[in-house]
Ligand binder design. Structure first.
Ligand SMILES: [Zn+2]
Length: 259
């Protein structure tokens, strides 16, 4: 294990603690990644700073200075630090966090890393194992899954191998279903929870456990090496094209700024 990997592993092992993140930031700075190091420090300090207030763009309080720097760094580097299909946002209420489209994985970036993810089940099965190896993910929300309300209980169902359950948002297929904690009532093809929140929380835990259990660390295979932005007359970004490390190109159309 390289020094980098060991320091990153310490971050992943303790998502609540800032210290491993700040140690990792020191390593980044010593190894030519000063901007990412600054971003991690800025976001960690923001987590401890007084709550944001409604002051204008020129307020010089520490919280506002940090917030403006956070936005500048993310504007400049989000597409390199959180490469497609990740879409970084600063707020869990951000547009992409609530409704990322299929193929896009909403990542709420906090204290320097993606901590909360929103995407479809298919996208999580595709990229989840890579994401959890780079980010201390503590919650995953699936945008295409919603538990059934069954007599006051919230229920996830198992979609069997025949595929007869496809298209029903309360069905969670293998391999995730068997990692779900919860009460199996009657047939063993269901998991019952007292509330919707409990069902969503159990699903999130199962998704993370599954991703971490994958035997071969499937890192995001290609990373962006450069970015071409297309602007309209108002300097609004209208399209983003990444040249990837594997020689390919990825286009991200209609992407609003992180927020
Ligand atoms: Zn202020």
């Amino acid at each position: 294990m390289t020094e980098h990997d060991a320091l990153l592993a310490a971050v992943l092992a303790d998502p609540e603690d800032d210290l491993p993140r700040l140690v990792y930031a020191d390593w980044l700075e010593e190894n030519g990644q000063g901007e990412l190091a600054e971003f991690i420090r800025v976001q960690c300090e923001m987590g401890r700073a007084p709550k944001r207030h409604g002051a204008g763009a020129f307020c010089q309080c520490r919280r506002c200075v940090l917030y403006r720097r956070e936005c500048e760094l993310l504007d400049e580097y989000a597409y390199l630090w959180f490469p497609p299909p990740l879409v970084a946002c600063l707020s869990p209420a951000g547009t992409h966090f609530r409704v990322p489209t299929p193929g896009m994985v909403g990542a709420h970036v906090t204290r320097g890393f993606a901590g909360h993810i929103a995407c479809t089940l298919a996208d999580w099965l595709s990229v989840g194992p890579a994401v959890v190896r780079s980010h201390p993910v503590t919650s995953v929300v699936l945008t295409d899954r919603e538990p059934d309300d069954n007599g006051g209980a919230a229920v996830w169902w198992f979609s069997d191998a025949t595929g007869r359950s496809d298209g029903t948002s309360a069905f969670v297929r293998d391999p995730i279903f068997y990692l779900l904690a919860g009460h199996a009532a009657g047939f063993r093809n269901s998991r019952y929870y007292p509330t919707r929140e409990a069902a969503l929380s159990a699903l999130s835990a199962a998704l993370i456990a599954w991703a971490k259990s994958q035997p071969h660390p499937a890192r995001l295979s290609a990373t962006p090496v450069s970015v071409d932005l297309t602007h309209d007359a108002d300097r609004t970004v209208t399209s983003i094209a990444f040249r990837m490390s594997d020689g390919g190109t990825r286009h991200v159309p209609d992407m609003p700024p992180p927020g």
